[in-house]
Write a protein that binds this ligand. Structure first.
Ligand SMILES: Cc1cc2nc3c(=O)[nH]c(=O)nc-3n(C[C@H](O)[C@H](O)[C@H](O)COP(=O)(O)OP(=O)(O)OC[C@H]3O[C@@H](n4cnc5c(N)ncnc54)[C@H](O)[C@@H]3O)c2cc1C
Length: 428
């Protein structure tokens, strides 16, 4: 049986490394999808935003560790939340132990008065107020989430957050009230990041095991002719017995003929966010251990900045700092198409305001854009996804991965789902 794998991101590469008679068709000139890294002028960073390795799933975590082998390296999270000119430890609700007791008191009082066990409110904004109380919500959680999701959190559902946005325990919050430090979101407090080569080190492991991968081959048409799948790309035509699609669900539907109108209109309701990732390299002026800083302030475009130097020292030349600034936006909107130099100026201003740059010259500057970055779960999401996915399933195409299944999943879950597909389908 010949298997066609559409897309050579993490899922496509893991599947391709395991299925003997398979061909991966990838639109880009390099494989890895979100998990690609840029190495230039001595700087290394991840194109699709910083990718750290962590998981509650021990089996998958071990699998990723083994894949990295000698390149495996542990890092310690030192994330901060930028709050009223201060750096508060991440997650914010745990970090407020550092704030002035009079400010802290309000947060804590509201937290303990909140309904933390009742039936969850339906929209994300209300869910924050319900679970964390008004002060934490108003001061940090809502403005930060409005920014990263590029949509008001009252227009997002909350059916995905329980377990995903971690709730601090009462004991933790009592400690916080007393000014004692606690570690929230602890399964991520110690993370793994490749010693060198960026996150692409992980995908390279699978790439080496793939039998056949074609690059620069964008899928254009997918059709079944006499029991075989005919896949037309920008360059060639291929024949397969079975198809796994890891490409964005919207794009796959555009490649199939005679898709019913109701499916097309449901796919149009599936909203996603794009990402701009700006990289700036300069002389290091202040040695710090920050890994990322979350910025809820609406006056700054980036919602998060990160420091690849503190993921692995080999990510920067000696004595240099590298900062990645992430902006979520709509595909092709004004910000997405903003002039590069304006984005550079905006970034420099933010880094100066935060004290990471004094008068240093910017020695390195680059920008990467990812069209399909974040799945936006608004009120249309569930129904629209169900309709689109069931149409694809009825065609006997296997949907796999973050953009094909259109779910907010991390690398561990992407790998787990690939294993699940390998277990539940025959590819012999
Ligand atoms: C900003 C950001 C930060 C993240 N941080 C982390 C993190 O710290 N830790 C973590 O575990 N996870 C993280 N993730 C999640 C992680 O990136 C994904 O779970 C994982 O990469 C999904 O892999 P995939 O194969 O499903 O998708 P993709 O990587 O999207 O792969 C799909 C592939 O299909 C190709 N393709 C698309 N259209 C076509 C076409 N028409 N024809 C041919 N090929 C096509 C693409 O070029 C791509 O290579 C992050 C994601 C984002 C967006």
């Amino acid at each position: 049986m010949k298997v066609g794998i559409l897309g050579g991101g993490l899922c496509g590469l893991v599947a391709g490394s395991k299925i003997k008679n398979s061909v991966i068709l990838e639109a880009d000139s390099s494989p890895g999808g979100h998990c690609r890294s840029e190495i230039s002028d001595g700087y290394t960073y991840d194109i699709g935003g910083p990718h750290i390795i962590f998981s509650r799933n021990k089996k998958i975590l071990n699998y990723m560790k083994n894949a990295l082998g000698d390149y495996m390296n542990y890092g310690l999270r030192d994330n901060k939340c930028f709050y009223k000119g201060d750096f508060v430890n991440y997650p914010f609700e745990n970090g407020i132990y550092e704030l002035d007791p009079s400010v802290r008191l309000n947060f804590i009082k509201d937290f303990f008065n909140a309904d933390r066990i009742g039936h969850p409110k339906k929209n994300l904004n209300d869910w924050f107020y319900q679970r964390f109380g008004p002060s934490l919500s108003k001061e940090y959680l809502v403005p930060y989430n409005d920014k990263i999701w590029n949509i008001k959190s009252k227009n997002l559902t909350s059916d995905w957050v329980e377990g995903r946005i971690p709730m601090p325990s009462d004991e933790d919050m009592l400690k916080v009230a007393c000014g004692l430090s606690t570690v929230g979101y602890s399964h991520q407090a110690k993370f793994i990041y490749p010693k060198s080569g960026g996150i692409q080190r992980l995908t390279s492991y699978f790439l080496d095991k793939c039998r056949d991968i074609k690059l620069n081959e964008k899928i254009k048409k997918v059709q079944k002719v006499k029991g075989k799948w005919i896949v037309e790309t920008s360059k060639n035509s291929y024949e397969f017995d079975k198809l796994i699609s890891t490409i964005p669900i919207h794009d796959l539907l555009k490649c199939i003929d005679n898709v019913p109108k109701k499916v097309i209109s449901s796919a149009k309701k599936l909203k996603f966010n794009s990402l701009i990732n700006i990289a700036l390299g300069f002389k290091l002026s202040r040695k710090h251990t920050h890994t990322a800083v979350y910025i809820p302030n609406p006056e700054y475009l980036p919602h998060r900045i990160s420091f690849p130097r503190n993921f692995s020292s080999s990510n920067v030349p000696k004595g240099r700092e590298l900062v990645n600034l992430e902006i979520t936006t709509n595909f092709n909107d004004k910000i997405y198409n903003e002039d590069k130099n304006n984005l550079k100026d905006i970034s420099i201003k933010l880094l100066k305001d935060l004290g990471y740059i004094n008068k240093q010259k910017i020695e390195y500057f680059n920008i990467f854009k990812t069209k399909h970055a974040y799945v936006v779960r608004d009120k249309f999401y569930r129904e629209a996804l169900k309709m689109s996915l069931s149409f694809i399933k009825n065609k006997s195409i296997i949907s796999l991965g973050r953009n094909a299944e259109f779910e907010y999943i991390n690398m561990d879950e992407a790998i787990r789902r690939t294993f699940e597909v390998l277990k539940t389908h025959s590819f012999k």
